[in-house]
Design a protein around this ligand. Structure first.
Ligand code: ATP
Ligand code: MG
Length: 296
């Protein structure tokens, strides 16, 4: 069986006049259909750059070399048009910063509809219906009423959910979720993780879940890949990595982490009523009010 994604000997180097940073160093990694891989590692270890390289979104002056086979087709060195075909329906990404994925000048409903019309060929009316369905699915209350609201009118958590709706609405074969919950309150986080997991089970998409939170990694993934300084230093089934970490960095990571114990499944979902989603001042503050008693 061919893997959905097969990365071999991938390098991404940022060359500037004064220095050269190899953000991704000889990385090989594969993801099977329906498989869920957690990509963990400290800040700056290359997780985002690796994710973006799969979408052809490595920023200037980054140079990508090596091989990325998606669905058996080589995507390194393809042109922008080819990537346009791959993005969305092939690979979708939920970005680390929710604002990255949304256009501030269009309402969220129209952005969702637009993508369904343009990418999946939906008729206008059907696209609107499906957009509303998706908003509901990711936990936006009164999606019809909020259809014409702009991104800044939603809280950070809600924007992140809308990004997830945009991504999964495309029915991608592979979803890359880059720290989709980092900025969010733990209870909101738990809801989003459950949602991604549920959608994955339903659609059978492959998942690369980027996180620095080991408890989260453990919950969402079948397999875990640990990056350090641009390299993969450890890889295995999630249970194995937790039980028998091999690399000193992984050991340190695990021992530094109290969350063997705590998992997001232990957290109670908060009722929507407690999530204030009122007009935000344009700041990125997540305005969820959480009953503190639920966090032990
Ligand atoms: N456009 C760029 N120009 C120069 N260097 C870059 C660029 N983008 C990323 N890098 C460098 O690549 C390395 C890896 O960055 P990356 O964002 O992938 O880390 P990360 O693992 O996602 O970290 P975090 O957990 O903080 O999100 C870093 O050293 C970063 O400074
Ligand atoms: Mg990152």
């Amino acid at each position: 069986m061919t893997n959905l994604l097969e990365i071999s000997n991938l390098n991404v180097t940022f060359e500037t006049r004064f220095r050269s940073v190899t953000a991704v160093h000889d990385v090989s990694l594969s993801v099977a259909q329906g498989e869920s891989v957690a990509l963990v590692g400290a800040s700056g270890s290359g997780k985002t750059v690796l994710g973006r390289s799969i979408l052809g979104l490595v920023d200037e002056p980054g140079v990508v070399s090596g091989s990325i086979l998606f669905d058996g087709k080589q995507i390194v060195d393809r042109n922008e048009d080819d990537f346009r075909d791959i993005r969305g329906v092939g690979v979708a990404m939920v970005f680390q910063d929710a604002l990255d994925g949304l256009n501030p000048v269009y309402s969220v409903g129209s952005q969702l509809s637009e993508i369904l019309t343009v990418r999946l060929g939906y008729q206008r009316g059907r696209a609107r219906e499906r957009a509303i369905e998706l908003m509901l699915q990711v936990g936006i209350r009164d999606p019809e009423g909020r259809y014409n609201d702009y991104p800044h009118q939603f809280s950070g958590g809600m924007r992140q959910r809308i990004c997830i709706a945009l991504a999964v609405g495309m029915q991608p074969k592979l979803l890359i979720a880059d720290e989709p919950t980092t900025a969010l309150d733990v209870t909101v986080q738990a809801g989003i993780l459950r949602l991604i997991k549920k959608l994955q089970t339903e659609t059978g998409m492959g998942l690369i879940f980027v996180t620095h939170d080991l408890a989260v990694a453990r919950e969402v993934s079948d397999r875990m890949v640990v990056m350090y300084n641009g390299r993969i230093v450890e890889e295995g089934t999630t249970d194995d990595v937790f039980l028998r970490p091999q690399h000193p960095y992984t050991k340190a990571l695990l021992s530094a982490h109290p969350a063997h114990a705590k998992s997001w499944r232990d957290l109670e979902p908060i009722p929507e009523e407690f999530v204030t989603d009122g007009p935000s001042s344009g700041s990125q503050t997540v305005s969820a009010i959480v009953p503190t008693a639920s966090i032990g």
